[in-house]
Design a protein around this ligand. Structure first.
Ligand code: AMP
Length: 401
């Protein structure tokens, strides 16, 4: 294993690219940034060297290759860069959205892996092509650097069949790979393992429910360190109410809305993904901060949106306690879970019968890693900021060499 190991983590979207450079000797973030509007007018890169102000460079960025080149240039820049040569980079880790049943763990990328990633495209037509473009752009810029793929779906590959098979003709699972996959796996893995570490207990002995509540949200049942059920499904549209996604609805709504609103199915799909959730119910915003402040001022639909979210999360916690035959730990993470004391309080209110009781004073904080359960609460209720990038960097370090 080499010393001075620097790992770049890349998360490519269809028109964006987020990156973080880690010094793996101490897991410190040396620099990070965001490339936005790739292939669209007004593209830019915003780069931050740790400890310095962000610098933004507005420039045409027609594709992911140019984006990667700009990231590498920013890392080498005399003023706000952190590398003197690209040879200091040891490996690159990529977030990949969909690994289907091809990948149950992170993997070092080679030609065979690229073929398998391409086979997964029909399951994630918006996300996987962007991830593949990112990997190809790195291969072109740095042909010899080891690259690792870390999948949003991988952690959930341990779900038993009864949790992932849908009640549709079984041939569709065989023919079209239709099943529950689940997402946010890197985050659920990270916070469940961190919870066990904080409690000083072996994860194999714990029944944990992890609530990743952000703009996208999912809840996972982690039994003995393995995902046994999760609220997202074949796509990230399923489960609890999200910023703009509906979460679970009666599937018969799709043809009904199509007829009632004279839409085609793609338009209904877009409606459920982009115009629903907190935004759809409140009519105001997809951001919980806006919804919370409107509700506090008496806006009835904002209050209703909050109530639907909280009630949905509460029901999943109960369902997963039943699925695992108990619950020892409840974890809140991501933008909403880490920051919204009122969401955590409302979700836990009424779950005393499961042994869940939070301390209102401890709960009155944002963004800190801490246990918030009351003295005497049988279940440990914890807030653990997620860190998917660090998880990707760790897997990359483990697998790249
Ligand atoms: P994420 O997708 O994990 O980045 O979470 C983003 C979401 O977290 C935002 O859309 C907000 O709704 C929510 N959020 C962030 N900070 C707060 C806060 N202080 N209070 C309530 N919600 C917050």
């Amino acid at each position: 294993m080499q010393f001075d190991m620097k790992i770049l983590v890349i998360n490519c979207g269809s028109s964006s690219l987020k990156y973080q450079l880690f010094d793996m000797d101490n897991e410190a973030v040396l620099a990070k940034g965001l490339v936005e509007r790739i292939g669209i007018d007004g593209s830019q890169i915003k780069h931050t060297k740790t400890g310095m102000d962000a610098v933004t460079h507005i420039t045409p960025i027609p594709d992911h290759k140019v984006a990667i080149k700009l990231v590498l240039d920013a890392l080498l820049d005399k003023n706000h860069g952190v590398l003197s040569s690209l040879s200091e980079l040891s490996a690159i880790g990529h977030r990949v959205v969909h690994g289907a049943e091809e990948f149950a763990t992170s993997v070092k990328i080679d030609a065979k892996v690229m073929d398998a990633l391409k086979r997964c495209i029909p399951l994630a037509p918006l996300h996987n092509p962007a991830n593949i473009m990112g990997i190809e752009a790195v291969t072109e810029a740095l042909p010899n650097i080891p690259q690792v793929g870390v999948f949003d779906t991988a952690f959930h590959q341990t779900m038993p069949r009864h949790a992932f098979i849908y009640g549709v003709p079984y041939e569709y699972y065989e023919k079209h790979k239709i099943r529950r996959y689940g997402f946010h796996g890197t985050s659920h893995y990270f916070v469940s393992h961190r919870a066990a570490e904080m409690l000083g207990q072996p994860i194999e002995k714990l029944k944990i429910v992890t609530c990743h509540l952000g703009n996208g949200s999912s809840i996972t049942a982690v039994d003995g360190g393995k995902s046994v059920d999760t609220s997202m499904g074949f796509t990230p549209l399923a489960g609890v109410l999200m910023g703009t996604r509906s979460g679970d609805v009666d599937p018969a709504l799709l043809p009904f809305i199509a007829k009632a609103e004279n839409m085609n199915l793609d338009q209904v799909d877009a409606l459920l993904n982009k115009k629903s959730g907190l935004l759809g119910i409140s009519g105001l915003s997809s951001d919980l901060r806006d919804v919370e402040s409107a509700a506090a001022k008496g806006d009835a639909r904002a209050k209703l949106a909050e109530d639907v979210l909280n009630y949905g999360v509460k029901k999943f916690i109960g369902a997963y306690a039943a699925a695992m035959g108990g619950i020892d730990v409840l974890v809140f993470t991501a933008g909403v879970g880490e920051n919204s004391a009122s969401t955590r309080a409302a979700v836990c209110d009424g779950l005393e019968f499961l042994g869940i009781k939070i301390d209102p004073v401890k709960n009155d904080m944002r963004g800190k890693e801490m246990e918030i359960s009351a003295a005497g609460s049988r279940v440990h209720v914890m807030v653990i900021p997620t860190n998917e990038e660090l998880m990707i960097a760790r897997d990359t370090k483990r697998l790249a060499f």
